[in-house]
Ligand binder design. Structure first.
Ligand code: ZN
Length: 189
């Protein structure tokens, strides 16, 4: 397992749609190595998720994990999840505005995300799974799956809300955390 370099906005591979992993390739050393590196790199950077494009691998693999994350203290926990060829299906039209960050961009900004999504994917052992994700966790899935299509959160953000992390902390953090904590508590998500 290796902590890999995380590509920054402007790198062409972040804009390159990733290719599906053939099911018979999931067990290969190459794919399993990418999964290990994604987990290591995400944890090292305190990310809530990481997509393969972000370490320069254009295959459709994302990892997610939230467990008392210092970057996003308001996010409900997500157990370590490895998703190969994730397919996202929006359920309903309810949305929430989330202030997001990304390990590939030194900014935060507000993005409107769907509150309920279904996701189907392969686990690293080849098991096929279908899950429902709600609330901020649904937003995290949308952010990570966007990466696989070469889309960054800034493409979807209200540009007038873009902020450095420092200015977010100084001017916007408290109001956002208050609003989003209410959303998380009300909906238990
Ligand atoms: Zn990201």
């Amino acid at each position: 397992m290796t902590v890999r370099e995380i590509l920054s906005i402007g790198h062409p591979l972040l804009r390159t749609p990733a290719l599906e992993v053939a099911p018979e390739e999931i067990a290969s050393e190459r794919v399993q190595g990418i999964v290990d590196d994604l987990i290591d790199t995400m944890r090292h950077a305190d990310g809530a998720g990481l997509a393969a494009n972000q370490i320069g691998e254009t295959c459709r693999i994302v990892v997610l994990e939230v467990n008392g994350n210092p970057r996003y203290p308001y996010k409900p926990s997500i157990p370590l999840t490895v998703a190969i060829n994730p397919q996202l299906e929006v359920r309903g039209d309810e949305t929430v505005v989330v202030n997001e960050g990304c390990l590939s961009a030194p900014l935060r900004g507000e993005v409107e995300r769907f509150v309920n999504v279904g996701v189907s994917y392969y686990e690293r052992d080849g098991t096929h799974r279908c899950i429902n994700a709600r609330g901020l966790t649904a937003g995290t899935w949308q952010h990570e799956c966007d990466h696989l299509d070469g889309t960054l959160f800034v493409d979807r953000a209200d540009l007038s809300t873009l902020s450095t992390w420092e200015e977010f902390e100084r001017h916007h953090r408290d109001a956002f955390i208050e609003r989003i904590s209410r959303f998380v508590a009300e909906s238990n998500r």
